[in-house]
Ligand binder design. Structure first.
Ligand code: PEP
Ligand code: MN
Length: 248
């Protein structure tokens, strides 16, 4: 566990991978390309909190296993979202960083549960900002986990809902300035998600650069080997090789 934390402490952390794990072949291909770029953290959704119940919900348990297998093959760490306490109990040992999604930032019982389950190991928890949550609410959400004994919470900004969604091309409003305020108000690592915050492939690289310039310690980026065929969030996904633009 300390190994993961010291990896995160080293410098800028890039977590990359598809929105959803779709097949073993897909995640293997993406992990292979990412590892060649020196990326150590592989993301992939197995349990997807989709807005519509009719959208692809992820491969579930199979997806978690595919992700683990690909990460092991390329010597990477697994970052994946768990949606409820049952999934935390069942799968926390398989993932290296537990992601809590925007829609669950205020699920306080879940946050307490994760804090308890990870208090012995200190496994990192990537807590995403609720898209209508204030900065104070995000900090308090992190404290729910920390108070149960796990201090290793990483805050991840991922865009917020504002009046701009009335007519903007963007999916959310990138909350870049919150990086500055969070750095002043708490000691936790601040990551930024340029993919969900813009919803647009063509903005991902520039928003990533802006987030790093403002002091983000890491990025969570959706990458797909064939974005136009992705089962979820293809329109905000970049090709793994495009990451070269922020790695230099
Ligand atoms: C994700 O990163 O896979 C995700 C679902 O993001 P969010 O919770 O920010 O919508
Ligand atoms: Mn997504």
């Amino acid at each position: 566990m300390n190994e993961i934390i010291s990896e995160i402490e080293k410098g800028t952390t890039i977590i990359a991978g598809p929105c959803s794990v779709e097949s073993y072949q897909q995640i293997d291909e993406i992990a292979n390309k990412l590892s060649q770029l020196g990326i150590k953290f592989l993301r992939g959704g197995a349990f997807k909190p989709r807005t519509s119940p009719n959208s692809f919900q992820g491969l579930g348990e199979l997806g978690i296993h595919f992700l683990r297998e690909a990460a092991n093959k390329y010597n990477m760490y697994v970052v994946s979202e768990l949606l409820d306490s049952y999934q935390v109990d069942k799968y926390h040992n398989i993932v290296d960083v537990i992601q809590i999604g925007s829609r669950n930032m205020s699920s306080y019982q879940l946050l307490k549960h994760i804090g308890k389950v990870t208090s012995r190991t200190g496994k990192p928890v990537l807590l995403k900002r609720g898209f209508s949550a204030t900065i104070t609410e995000l900090i308090y959400a992190a404290e729910y986990i920390i108070n149960e004994g796990n201090p290793n919470v990483i805050l991840c900004l991922r865009g917020i809902r504002t009046f701009e969604q009335m007519d903007s091309m963007m999916r959310f409003t990138p909350d870049l300035a919150a990086i500055l305020e969070l750095k002043e108000r708490c000691k936790l690592k601040i990551f930024f998600d340029p993919s969900h915050s813009t919803g647009k492939t063509q903005y991902v690289i520039q928003i990533s650069k802006a987030a790093l310039l403002l002091g983000a310690s890491g990025l969570l980026i959706e990458c797909h080997n064939s974005p136009d065929k992705a089962l979820s969030d293809g329109r905000q996904s970049i090709l793994p090789e495009q990451l070269n633009e922020i790695l230099i």
